[in-house]
Design a protein around this ligand. Structure first.
Ligand SMILES: NC(=O)c1ccc[n+]([C@@H]2O[C@H](COP(=O)([O-])OP(=O)(O)OC[C@H]3O[C@@H](n4cnc5c(N)ncnc54)[C@H](OP(=O)(O)O)[C@@H]3O)[C@@H](O)[C@H]2O)c1
Length: 247
């Protein structure tokens, strides 16, 4: 799957799933802009990704940051062929303990951030462009304690179903890839350190393929949906979870 001469943006590409996606797109010939909030982590990631990668610090809860990102991309590259809206996060808090800060942060990054990522990208995207948004199986099956996170990921599905109608005729497709558990820094942060190993073992057991995901699983799916091989696939939410959400 060649992405030669393509320019890609991978938000949250400084870590975890986003880093894996960026690495795969680079391996397939794309030039890739990755983002993160922590500049030291971002610099390290860009160095590891090599000369066809560049990095920009963006907080996706802030529209001014997203506007500045696209101004820079417009100035430096002039266009975007692929956009992977991956930056996002969540925390576990059951009803009764949900805080305003958790709601603002989760919906800010996972909903508001995705809205302005897509809206800002479209004027830079030629026909044939593709947008892939990273959702989560929590959009359908949120475990207890993950209601706010699950709602933020379910919102993405609704947004995309309206958006594909609104951009009809543009030649740009939008799809959602919803991973099951993938071991990353982000997932590690969901669990108290002393419970992490047991939690990962239990998650692996829920999968029909006997393991949890790795970033490459998601990267290969994103690359397919972003490629011309998926030219007739638009508006879907594709679950990549070893079958766990299908039973
Ligand atoms: N890992 C899983 O099991 C799993 C499962 C389903 C869905 N997902 C989704 O996959 C995506 C990536 O998760 P991950 O596990 O790879 O997490 P991760 O390792 O923590 O990486 C998250 C990336 O997003 C950035 N980020 C987070 N919040 C941000 C914000 N408000 N503004 C800008 N950048 C932000 C981080 O930058 P900094 O580190 O600099 O903050 C980092 O680059 C998320 O959307 C997550 O919901 C993950």
């Amino acid at each position: 799957m060649s992405f030669e001469n393509k320019i890609a943006l991978v938000t949250g590409g400084s870590s975890g799933i986003g880093f894996g996606i960026a690495r795969h797109l680079l391996d397939e010939g794309a030039k890739v802009v990755v983002t993160g909030r922590d500049i030291a982590k971002l610099d390290k990631a860009v160095q590891a990704l090599g000369p066809n990668a560049s990095g920009l610090v963006v907080d996706f809860t802030k529209k001014t940051d997203i506007d500045a990102l696209y101004q820079t991309i417009r100035r430096d590259a002039g266009r975007l062929d692929l956009v992977v809206a991956n930056a996002g996060a969540g925390t576990i808090l059951p009803l009764g303990e949900i805080t305003e800060q958790q709601v603002d942060q989760t919906l800010g990054a996972n909903v508001k951030g995705v809205i302005f990522t897509v809206q800002g990208a479209l004027p830079l995207m030629p026909s044939g462009g593709a947008i892939v948004i990273i959702g989560s199986t929590a959009s359908m099956n949120p475990p207890a304690g993950m209601s706010v996170y699950g709602a933020s990921k379910a919102a993405v599905r609704a947004l995309v179903r309206a958006w594909i109608q609104e951009i009809r005729g543009s030649g740009v497709r939008i799809n959602v890839v919803s991973p099951g558990p993938v071991r990353t820094e982000g997932l590690d942060n969901f669990f108290p350190p002393e419970q992490a190993d047991a939690a990962f073992a239990s998650l692996a057991e829920q999968s029909m393929v006997g393991r949890i995901g790795v970033p490459q699983d998601i990267a290969h799916t994103v690359a397919f949906l972003a490629s011309d091989a998926a030219a007739y696939i638009n508006g879907v939410e594709l679950f990549v979870d070893g079958g766990a959400s299908q039973i």
